[in-house]
Design a binder for this molecule. Structure first.
Ligand SMILES: Cc1cc2nc3c(=O)[nH]c(=O)nc-3n(C[C@H](O)[C@H](O)[C@H](O)COP(=O)(O)OP(=O)(O)OC[C@H]3O[C@@H](n4cnc5c(N)ncnc54)[C@H](O)[C@@H]3O)c2cc1C
Ligand SMILES: *[C@@H]1O[C@H](CO)[C@@H](O)[C@H](O)[C@H]1NC(C)=O
Ligand SMILES: *[C@@H]1O[C@H](CO)[C@@H](O)[C@H](O)[C@H]1NC(C)=O
Ligand SMILES: *[C@@H]1O[C@H](CO)[C@@H](O)[C@H](O)[C@H]1NC(C)=O
Length: 607
């Protein structure tokens, strides 16, 4: 079976073709589909679901209604706060997946200055954009089954929404019905959509079993079972309370059991503890054929394989996942940073960490590097071993200090467990990731860089040159490059959950997952937006050209060329067969997901 050739164009080509069409005035006015469906079908669905169907509002709507109201002031204050956004049905992490990029219909504030009235002043209006028109507050399998039946009868597309962090717009969709698994907190802390705040939270259960046995299996593992609405700040807290370690990412408000885990899931502990998919023991899922199933290494094995890397929003709605727990252990951290930007210094840092990459990967180090930062983390070494292993990096920092480089510093630290490390480095009180605030729009692109690229002086030089070129430095509007040292380089199979995974096998060879992002604000024109996507992607071509065709699907180019191969490698044909088996009517469909229909109306807002 060959690969589907649904997106044969390079992003550059796709964008220039679209531009041509636009310039020629050939872009027909697009109608919101399904707009003339009688309201009583919604009433009927709502009755069937005990009133748990509602229309969501854009996060910034109160500021368009009355820019001087108390509600608006609260939104302005929380506009860049991702935790507050995940508490709203209509809240998404990135502006472009709330707005409709193709038509410019949106309801966005000025990201940089949320109190800037230019964004809300006439003629700007508040439009739902890509936000689904209706949401179901999902409580259990019957809700999901009702939604499948409804979609099959009406043709209204479904979207699965958890926290809304997605970089590729897979959790929103104009005119769709969203299955909101994230649920609601039992508080009124965020006084938006007040009528919803009366409802209690759902799918937030979390429990620990020291001897969990997956359905159909016989071996027992220490494991955490979490509802689909659990977020990482809750999972990490729970792990701390239970003296265990759970693998997660850099962000406190991403979902623990949603798109993160189904797409791969990497973090600083992954070099030793594997990807999230490597630790999954069981999923409870409602498949689009209307069945509530349990998938494990010993039951519905094909589905289990697909859920371990095939991607969210594709094979069904997961209501619960069980993930292998590791013992709690001290966390060693080494950080080197300085303040002044200088491409030469960045290049020297990336050369140094590249020279040591294989040794450090094998020793179990994970971490991140940016232009003026290297942060390394491991649980496999003691504090003394950690300092010895990182001696070349620490010597580099001493040299920077001796040179008098502003803000140069080095730290070697030990934390008793993961949570205190995470709280110190990865999150602030507002629940934002280390990378900072959210609410703007961005184009992300990425590559998995294999061990081979680090093996010889020549290959390392080539890699560092490509990374520098991809970073776009020293241009002031260069995209933000992050080298994520989070591949499962030193994970021992005996320490992981059993069974196959469906992420691209390139993850197993990788040492770096390199990401870069360009951004734009509320008032960028469609031409501006296309130019940012295009530029970010083209810069990453520098790395694309010297690495195998592989990328992490959750943090990938929206217009990834040849995405079936990049995201899944040789697993794609098998995944496509599993998709067709459980979802023959393609009730679930998302952008560049397994078995997607690129011609679907649901993609009308993509450029
Ligand atoms: C600030 C930030 C930091 C990040 N850091 C990391 C990181 O360190 N490591 C990493 O691996 N990733 C990271 N990510 C990427 C993250 O894994 C993706 O954004 C992922 O899609 C989030 O999943 P979600 O379920 O929370 O979000 P959503 O946007 O709600 O959903 C994402 C996708 O999963 C589907 N989905 C969600 N829940 C379910 C469910 N219960 N059943 C079926 N389908 C479902 C949705 O339909 C959609 O396709 C980060 C993202 C952000 C914004
Ligand atoms: C907007 O809100 C402010 C503060 O509550 C109020 O004084 C004002 O009358 C409102 N304006 C409109 C047009 O409703
Ligand atoms: C926590 O777990 C570690 C590792 O298994 C163990 O050494 C330690 O004694 C445990 N602490 C408590 C308080 O149970
Ligand atoms: C967008 O708005 C900001 C702030 O209101 C302004 O400084 C900038 O010039 C505007 N950009 C464009 C392209 O209109």
């Amino acid at each position: 079976m060959g690969f589907a050739t649904s997106n044969p164009f390079s992003p550059t080509m796709t964008i220039s073709l679209l531009l041509l069409a636009l310039l020629a005035g050939a872009q027909a006015e697009k109608q919101a589909p399904f707009s003339n469906i009688p309201t009583d079908i919604w009433a009927a669905l709502s009755t069937r679901l005990s009133g748990r169907v509602f229309e969501a509002k854009p996060f910034a709507e109160p500021c368009f209604t009355n820019a001087t109201s108390i509600e608006c002031a609260s939104i302005q204050e929380l506009y860049q706060n991702e935790k507050a956004r995940t508490h709203q049905a209509g809240g998404y992490t990135w502006g472009q997946w709330e707005g409709c990029q193709d038509t410019g219909e949106q309801c966005l504030l000025d990201f940089a200055v949320p109190t800037d009235e230019a964004a809300t002043a006439s003629p700007n209006t508040c439009d739902l954009g890509s936000i689904p028109k209706h949401f179901i507050d999902v409580r259990g399998p019957a809700d999901v089954i009702a939604a499948y039946e409804f979609s099959k009868e009406t043709g209204i597309p479904l979207v699965v929404k958890n926290t809304g962090h997605d970089f590729k717009g897979r959790s929103s969709g104009r005119g769709s019905l969203a299955l909101w698994v994230r649920g609601l907190l039992p508080s009124t802390r965020y006084p938006i959509n007040a009528r919803l705040a009366f409802q209690t939270h759902n799918l937030k259960d979390i429990s620990y079993d020291v001897a969990f046995v997956a359905e159909g299996c016989s071996d027992a593992y220490p494991a955490v079972t979490a509802g689909a609405g659990v977020q990482f700040f809750e999972a990490y807290q729970f792990a701390e309370e239970n003296n265990i370690t759970l693998v997660g990412g850099s962000d406190a408000t991403v979902g623990f059991a949603g798109g993160f885990t189904m797409g791969g899931g990497h973090g600083v502990l992954s070099p030793v503890l594997g990807l999230a998919v490597d630790r999954a023991l069981q999923f409870k899922i409602v498949t689009p054929d209307g069945k509530y199933r349990t998938a494990s290494a010993c039951n519905n094995e094909d589905l289990f394989f697909a859920l371990r890397g095939g991607g969210g929003g594709t094979f069904g709605v997961v209501l619960e996942a069980t993930i292998l727990a590791a013992p709690a252990a001290p966390v060693q951290v080494v950080v080197v940073t300085w303040a002044e930007k200088s491409p030469e210094r960045t290049e020297a840092l990336w050369t140094l960490i590249g020279e040591n990459a294989i040794g450090w990967a094998d020793a179990g180090w994970g971490g991140y590097s940016m232009s003026e930062l290297a942060l390394f983390v491991t649980q496999r070494l003691s504090k003394d071993e950690a300092a010895a292993s990182m001696a070349p990096l620490l010597a580099h920092a001493e040299a920077l200090k001796a040179e008098g480089v502003a803000g140069a510093m080095a730290m070697v630290m030990e934390f008793p467990s993961f949570l205190p490390f995470f709280t110190s480095f990865m999150t602030d009180a507002g629940g934002n990731a280390g990378a900072g605030k959210v609410g703007y729009s961005l184009s992300l692109t990425s590559r998995l860089v294999p061990r081979k690229s680090f093996e010889t002086p020549k290959s390392r030089t080539r890699l560092v040159e490509a990374l520098m070129a991809a970073s776009g430095a020293p241009a002031p509007d260069a995209p933000l490059m992050i080298i994520q040292i989070t591949a499962p380089t030193a994970a021992r199979p005996a320490d992981l959950a059993p069974g196959r995974t469906s992420v691209t096998p390139a993850w197993r060879e990788a040492v770096y997952h390199v990401t870069s992002m360009g951004m734009w604000n509320w008032n960028a024109t469609k031409t501006d937006i296309m130019a940012v996507y295009d530029r970010t992607s083209r810069l990453m071509d520098n790395v694309r050209h010297i690495t195998p065709d592989a990328a992490y699907l959750n943090e990938a180019d929206v217009y990834e060329p040849n995405h079936e191969v990049s995201f899944w490698g040789n697993h794609y044909p098998e995944l496509a067969t599993i998709k067709a088996k459980y979802d023959p009517d393609r009730l679930l469909d998302c952008w560049q997901c397994v078995g997607w229909n690129p011609d679907s109306e649901r993609y009308q807002c993509y450029l």
